[in-house]
Write a protein of this length. Structure first.
Length: 236
């Protein structure tokens, strides 16, 4: 074997392994924690969406409703941070969150300014809710072509936690699903295939309705030409 080729293969393998182990942990999903306010226990929820190391989503409290996550990020070792703006009559109050994620729990602190301007901290220990959906099984998948006609295929999905794998069968050809995941009521995955000499990357985005139907759309990229198509799936 050519020595240069051998060492190049080793380098490529090392980079591939490094990329796997350096990926940030997935904290997408719904989280809950309680705080004590004047002797009353209040439940706070947080819906998180993750794209690589970027975090977005909302924190919800009974008093303030939904508040967007700002500057959300997570590192390779699970350290995360973001802030929200709590709206008050005297102006917004910035509340900073930081912690470290370990599977379905986060251990960290919340920091905010007191009325005298001093910084205050309290413990922050949210836990992630178990996923309420199970999409494992056989599905009939349908999307509308640009001329309005329906195109059908068969989906076989397998869910493990918030990860989704499987395959799509169309005209006797099977293609593996990539990057499949569930975040709350939303499912997404992509399928890459070759057609008519072009690479077609189809990204599926759907809202799960119970455990038996999905409705959403497909962003189909035909090597630079992107088509947006209506999509739905029903469980067999």
């Amino acid at each position: 074997m050519n020595p240069n080729l051998f060492f190049s293969s080793l380098v490529a393998l090392g980079l591939s392994i490094a990329n796997v182990f350096c990926a940030p942990p997935d904290v997408s999903g719904k989280w809950k924690w309680n705080i004590d306010r004047n002797g009353e226990e209040i439940e706070i929820t947080m819906d998180v969406k993750q794209q690589d190391a970027k975090l977005t989503g909302k924190v919800h409290t009974p008093q303030a409703g939904d508040m967007d996550l700002h500057d959300g990020k997570i590192s390779e070792d699970g350290k995360l941070s973001f802030y929200i703006n709590y709206e008050r009559d005297q102006g917004p109050l910035r509340i900073d969150f930081r912690g470290k994620a370990q599977q379905d729990k986060i251990e960290g602190q919340v920091e905010y300014p007191a009325s005298n301007g001093e910084k205050r901290e309290r413990e922050w220990n949210p836990k992630r809710e178990a996923n309420k959906h199970d999409v494992s099984g056989e599905w009939k998948s349908t999307f509308k072509r640009q001329d309005g006609s329906d195109m059908e295929s068969s989906l076989t999905l397998k869910q493990s936690g918030d990860k989704v794998t499987g395959k799509n069968e169309f005209n006797g050809n099977e293609t593996e699903i990539q990057d499949g995941k569930i975040q709350g009521d939303e499912i997404s995955f992509k399928i890459v295939r070759d057609r008519d000499g072009r690479t077609v990357t189809s990204k599926y985005f759907g809202q799960i309705k119970g455990n038996n139907s999905i409705k959403g759309h497909i962003d189909s990229d035909w090597t630079g030409e992107v088509r947006k198509l209506e999509w739905e799936a029903k469980k067999n």
